[in-house]
Design a protein around this ligand. Structure first.
Ligand SMILES: [Cu+2]
Length: 222
């Protein structure tokens, strides 16, 4: 009787062990996702807002395109937000919340478009950005008004806040080409870039640009 009991306990123990191992090996079927923190600073070490950081997987396919919608409003005689990152194929609305009329125009090869003079409360049909690249948006009536749209094939992007800080979460473990872009680079100068292996131990990434951002132009007083 005693040896049987011992065997039974041993068997039960082994079964539990096998079960635990099965559970442990089946859950990673869902790719593990990590968090990656960023800090962007200028030449003098001061925090840089409006930096778009984006990660393109290398050796892994991009997830299926999700179409999204963004809004770039005209308010207080400026485009708001100043910098918008979207995924290729997304559409952007340009509502006018000002008392004044605006005339929205892009000359960019990536997306040329024009929304002729329209008044407060009007929301013209959204503009679809179907090619990746940088689009600079102007108002033909107010020469200081400018907005930047960064159209990206990757869904992994984020914009730094007032403290120059941003975080990408839900980034599947793997290898990436990371880039950091600021509107002062325009559409010609290359973004900062580095290769990175992302996992739980990934250290925060610090970007230092070799310039000080030009303050955003606004309506001159008077
Ligand atoms: Cu305007």
């Amino acid at each position: 009787m005693k040896p049987f009991l011992q065997n039974y306990r041993l068997l039960k123990h082994r079964l539990l062990l096998v079960l635990a191992m099965l559970l442990a090996t089946s859950s990673p079927m869902l790719a593990h996702a990590a968090k990656l923190n960023f800090l962007a600073v200028d030449k003098n070490g001061n925090p840089m807002p409006d930096v778009v950081v984006y990660a393109t997987p290398t050796g892994m396919p991009l997830p299926a395109t999700e179409k999204t919608e963004a809004t770039i409003a005209q308010s207080d005689m400026q485009f708001s937000p100043y910098v918008t990152a979207i995924r290729t194929g997304s559409q952007v609305k340009f509502p006018n919340y000002d008392k004044m009329e605006h005339h929205v125009k892009s000359f960019s090869a990536v997306k040329e478009f024009e929304i002729k003079t329209y008044e407060r409360g009007v929301v013209p049909p959204p503009v679809i950005f179907d090619k990746p690249g940088i689009v600079i948006v102007y108002c033909l009536l107010h020469n200081w008004m400018r907005a930047y749209v960064l159209v990206l094939d990757t869904p992994y992007f984020v914009k730094t806040d007032q403290n120059g800080v941003a975080m990408l979460d839900k980034l599947p473990d793997g290898n990436y080409e990371l880039k950091a872009w600021h509107p002062n680079l325009g559409s010609i100068k290359p973004a900062l870039s580095q290769s990175i292996k992302v996992n739980d131990q990934s250290a925060p990434v610090k970007w230092q640009f070799d310039f000080v951002p030009v303050p955003r132009k606004s309506k001159s007083p008077g």
